[in-house]
Ligand binder design. Structure first.
Ligand code: IPM
Ligand code: MN
Length: 361
C-alpha cells in the first residue's frame, strides 16, 4: 500500500478524542506507515487564541493532502460580530474553497442498533442523502443583508453547473448500489419545493435532464415537507436522495435520527479534487475531555475516506481495509461488545475504539 497524506484537523470539543480514535483504527487496518496524518490547527478554540479559524498553512495542508479527516468544530459563544458561529466557518471555508460539492450522508441501520422506527431491524433502512454543498441557501453565508435592524435577507442560489454535477454524482452513486431495500429498484429521489419556487423547479428540471443519461435508474420526486413523513413511514423505499443545500442539511439529520443518531452517522464532502470526512455530529463541548463520546461516526467516516481514496488511487488495499473496519464496527455493535452511551450503553470512547481494533480480521 502506498503512503497517503491525510490532513487532520482535530478541532474543538470532542473533536480531538474522536479523531484520535479514528486514527488508531485506520492505522491498525491499513498498517503502520500507510497513512501519514498531518495534524493541522483550526476551529473556534484556535480562533480565540489566534484570531484565525482556518490558518493559511492549514488550508494549504488540506489543499495538498490526499484526503482530509476532521473531528468537529465549534464552541458555544464563539461567534462573529454578525452572530454566525466561528467554528462552523472552518468547515464552510474548506467546503467552498475546495469546492466540495457533494455532501454524502449514508443513512444505514446497522445490526444491533435500535431505530426509533418500529418494524425496522438492521438492514431495513439503507439509503444515501446527496446534498448539494456549495450553493443553495448557503451561497448567502457571509453575504446576507441586514438593514436598519429591521430587515434581513439571504438569497437562494441554484446554478445549472451546481445542479448538474450533484445530480450526476447522485445517479452515479445509485448506479453502484443495489437499489432500495423495499423493491431493489435503483432510484434517485429529487427533494425540492418545485411546486412553490422557481429555483426548485429549475433544480428539478436539471435533475430530469441529467436523468436522461441514466435510463436504468428510476427518478422520483418528493417535496421537502412530504419527504420528512416518508423518511419515517417508508424509509426502505429510498435508495439515493438528492437535495439542495439547506434542505439536504435538514433531512440529513432527520435521516440520521432514524438509524441511531448523529453519533453513528458518517459524512463525506466530496469534490472533483478533494474530500473531507467527518462524523456528522457537532463538537459536543458538554462531554468534551470525558472519554464519553462515541467514535463510531468518525471511524465510519474514515471508512468512507478509504473507499474514496481507494477508488481514486486504484488501491484495492485501501478498499479492503475499509471493508474490514466496517465489518469490525458492525460486529462490535451487533454483538454488543462495546456500546457507546448514545446507543444506550456505557462504553467509553477508548473502549469502543479498542473493541473495534480487536474485531478487525
Ligand atoms: C453539517 C453541519 C454544517 C452545516 C455546519 C457544521 C457548518 O450542520 O455539515 O450538516 O450547516 O452544513
Ligand atoms: Mn447539518
Amino acid at each position: 500500500m502506498a503512503q497517503y497524506r491525510i490532513a487532520t484537523i482535530e478541532g474543538d470539543g470532542i473533536g480531538p478524542e474522536v479523531t484520535r480514535a479514528a486514527m488508531a483504527v485506520l492505522t491498525e487496518a491499513c498498517g503502520a506507515g500507510a497513512l501519514a496524518f498531518e495534524m493541522l490547527e483550526g476551529g473556534a478554540g484556535h480562533y480565540t487564541k489566534s484570531g484565525e479559524v482556518l490558518p493559511d498553512d492549514t488550508f494549504a495542508g488540506c489543499r495538498d493532502a490526499d484526503a482530509i479527516l476532521h473531528g468537529a468544530a465549534g464552541l458555544p459563544g464563539v461567534v462573529y460580530p454578525d452572530g454566525t458561529e466561528v467554528g462552523n466557518d472552518l468547515h464552510l471555508r474548506l467546503r467552498f474553497r475546495l469546492d466540495l460539492y457533494a455532501n454524502v450522508r449514508p443513512i444505514k441501520l446497522l445490526p444491533g442498533v435500535l431505530s426509533p422506527l418500529r418494524a425496522f431491524e438492521g438492514g431495513g433502512i439503507d439509503y444515501v442523502i446527496v446534498r448539494e454543498n456549495t450553493e443553495g441557501l448557503y451561497a448567502s453565508r457571509g453575504a446576507g443583508v441586514v438593514l436598519r435592524d429591521e430587515i434581513a435577507s439571504d438569497s437562494l442560489v441554484v446554478t445549472r453547473k451546481g445542479t448538474e454535477r450533484v445530480a450526476r454524482f447522485a445517479f452515479d452513486l445509485a448506479a453502484g448500489r443495489n437499489g432500495a431495500p423495499r423493491d431493489g429498484q435503483r432510484r434517485v429521489t429529487v427533494c425540492d419545493k418545485a411546486n412553490i419556487l422557481r429555483s426548485y423547479a429549475f433544480f428539478r428540471r436539471i435533475c430530469d435532464e441529467v436523468h436522461a443519461g441514466y435510463p436504468d435508474i428510476a427518478i422520483d420526486y418528493a417535496y421537502a415537507d412530504a419527504i420528512t413523513v416518508h423518511m419515517l413511514k417508508r424509509p426502505d423505499s429510498y435508495d439515493v436522495i438528492v437535495a439542495e443545500n439547506m434542505f439536504g442539511d435538514i433531512i440529513s439529520d432527520l435521516g440520521a435520527a432514524t438509524v441511531g443518531g448523529m453519533g453513528i452517522s458518517p459524512s463525506g464532502e466530496i469534490g472533483d479534487g478533494h474530500a473531507l470526512f467527518q462524523g456528522a455530529h457537532g463538537s459536543a463541548p458538554d462531554i468534551a475531555g470525558q472519554n464519553a463520546a462515541s467514535p463510531i461516526a468518525t471511524i465510519l467516516s474514515g471508512v468512507m475516506m478509504l473507499r474514496w481514496l481507494g477508488r481514486r488511487k486504484v488501491d484495492a488495499a485501501l478498499v479492503s481495509a475499509a471493508d474490514r473496519i466496517e465489518a469490525a464496527v458492525g460486529k462490535v455493535l451487533a454483538e454488543g461488545r462495546a456500546v457507546p452511551r448514545d446507543l444506550g450503553g456505557a462504553a467509553t470512547c477508548t473502549e469502543v475504539t479498542d473493541a473495534v481494533r480487536r474485531a478487525l480480521v
